[in-house]
Design a protein around this ligand. Structure first.
Ligand code: ATP
Ligand code: PAU
Ligand code: K
Length: 249
């Protein structure tokens, strides 16, 4: 069995796949290293042979996690690392090491699947957009705050914006003008997000021509799905790229 991890800024996405790399045996989203360990402990008949991961956390945090996995499950971890070029894709950053590895893997995964120009949108704590040409040239992209950051900035920097998560979820069931704070904020932030992704479609058409694929991933992907009817929603896109960046021999 192989353990795969995508360590984002707020959550760790994990899954266990069989050694032939065809079936997903277990998986989930957790908020901390401790939660990951207990989630793994509750997987029946767990027998990990390998672990591969991508992390946008500090090296220290990532090392603490891999050490724990070694101690608890006897498995050593391979981490995706920055490269200039891989699998037919060329990193577009002027300092290639600075490109977030989750972005890089999502781009590798998307280009591997599409083999044509791609727009890759990842909606997590932060929202990222990346463009790749049909020749595998990564053109760079954009970063902006995601839903969690937008709403928390408003809650933190104002005196009178206060509401709980349950109310937030309910507020997004409709998009008419808000008649309460929670409705006004949640719907306002969602409109920002939708506006951003729509602008990316226009931008991608300028840089890539009209025939490009749109890939959508990240915990909040479904919030913008209705304004991107042509997008392929692939929650495991980063894992697709991880398999390319960290092959098991
Ligand atoms: N099952 C889920 N578990 C956790 N978060 C979820 C889930 N489904 C949707 N979300 C939402 O997804 C968002 C977090 O997305 P994601 O897990 O991709 O972020 P992240 O990887 O921590 O952030 P980033 O990609 O910016 O580093 C949050 O707004 C959260 O509410
Ligand atoms: C933008 C995030 C936070 C998205 O997870 C991550 O890809 C990251 O930390 N990137 C480094 C900065 C950059 O990509 O330019
Ligand atoms: K991510």
């Amino acid at each position: 069995m192989i353990l795969e991890l995508d360590c984002g800024n707020s959550f760790i996405k994990w899954r266990v796949i069989d050694s032939a790399q065809v079936k997903t045996l277990a998986g989930g989203v957790v908020g901390s290293d401790e939660e990951l360990v207990s989630a793994l402990r509750s997987v029946p008949d767990l027998a990990l042979r390998h672990c591969r991961l991508v992390s946008v956390r500090s090296d220290e945090e990532t090392r603490a996690l891999t050490r724990q996995l070694q101690d608890m499950f006897g498995v050593s971890s391979a981490s995706a690392s920055p490269v200039v070029e891989m699998a037919g894709v060329r990193n577009g950053y002027s300092e290639y090491q600075r490109l977030g590895l989750d972005r890089w893997l999502a781009v590798l995964g998307a280009y591997h699947i599409a083999r044509k120009p791609c727009l890759v949108l990842d909606l997590g704590t932060a929202v990222t957009s990346d463009l790749v040409t049909g020749e595998g040239e990564h053109l760079g992209g954009f970063i902006c705050p995601g839903m969690p950051l937008m709403r928390n900035q408003l809650r933190t920097h104002t005196r009178r914006i206060r509401y709980d998560d349950a109310a937030a979820e309910k507020a997004l069931l409709e998009m008419v003008p808000g008649r309460s704070t929670v409705e006004a904020v949640e719907r306002g932030c969602l409109l920002m997000l939708r506006g951003f992704v729509q602008a990316q479609i226009e931008l991608a058409a300028e840089h890539l021509g009209d025939d490009f694929e749109v890939f959508l991933t990240g915990g909040d992907a479904l919030l913008v799905r209705d304004v991107l009817p042509r997008a392929r929603v692939l929650p495991d896109l980063v894992f697709t790229g991880l398999a390319i960046a960290c092959p098991l021999h």
